[in-house]
Design a protein around this ligand. Structure first.
Ligand code: PRP
Length: 180
């Protein structure tokens, strides 16, 4: 079955399952941070998750955005993380949760955690909607995870291939002929 009727994308996780998981993750954050959190959205991929997550949380949530890139236009990590857009506000003394769409090699998060820790937040944690198998070998701690994914090329719910498919509500695997 295709994801949201899009040719070349085989359905993997439905929009309904994703939304249910968002609610559960929001519940975990509310439990762990009853006085609120400062969410840092890692653009671009996490914007969809951030949008749903922030609205599932109660009051006391503030937001900021940071943009990094390690993949460029390709389908594999370049190994180099570039800061494309910095946060607008200081995070000193704040309880920060980094919101990611996906953690794969962990390279992006390792860079971000080191960078943000140097700014003196009260605490810093990571929430990722998706996790690839390689991430389990990364030393980076991801406290909150939505779904573990197979080692395939996955798109939708913020995840793209060459800028496409981010807007799919479902998540699916991209047919290899598209990217090979
Ligand atoms: C993706 C994703 C993560 C990163 C994860 O970003 O949004 O930030 O890759 O990969 P890693 O764990 O191997 O570092 P990408 O660089 O593709 O930018 P995008 O979010 O703008 O698509």
């Amino acid at each position: 079955m295709t994801a949201q009727g899009v040719q070349d994308v085989q359905a993997l996780i439905s929009a309904a399952d994703i939304q249910a998981r968002v609610q559960a993750l929001a519940g975990e954050i509310r439990r762990d941070h009853p006085h609120g959190v400062h969410l840092v959205c890692v653009l671009k991929g996490a914007f969809v998750f951030l949008s749903d997550l922030s609205r599932a949380l109660a009051n006391g949530v503030t937001l900021d955005f940071i943009a990094v890139s390690s993949y460029g236009q390709g389908s594999t990590s370049s190994g180099q993380v570039q800061l494309l857009k910095d946060l607008d506000s200081p995070i000193e003394g704040r309880d920060v949760v980094i919101v990611e769409d996906i953690v794969d090699t962990g390279l992006t998060l390792a860079y971000l955690i080191q960078n943000l820790k140097s700014r003196g937040p009260a605490s810093i944690e990571v929430m990722a909607m998706f996790r690839k198998p390689e991430a389990l070998r990364s030393p980076v701690e991801v406290k909150y995870v939505g779904f573990d994914l197979p080692n395939e090329f996955v798109v939708g719910y913020g995840l793209d291939y060459a800028g496409r498919y981010r807007n799919l509500r479902d998540v699916g695997t991209l047919s290899p002929h598209v990217y090979s």
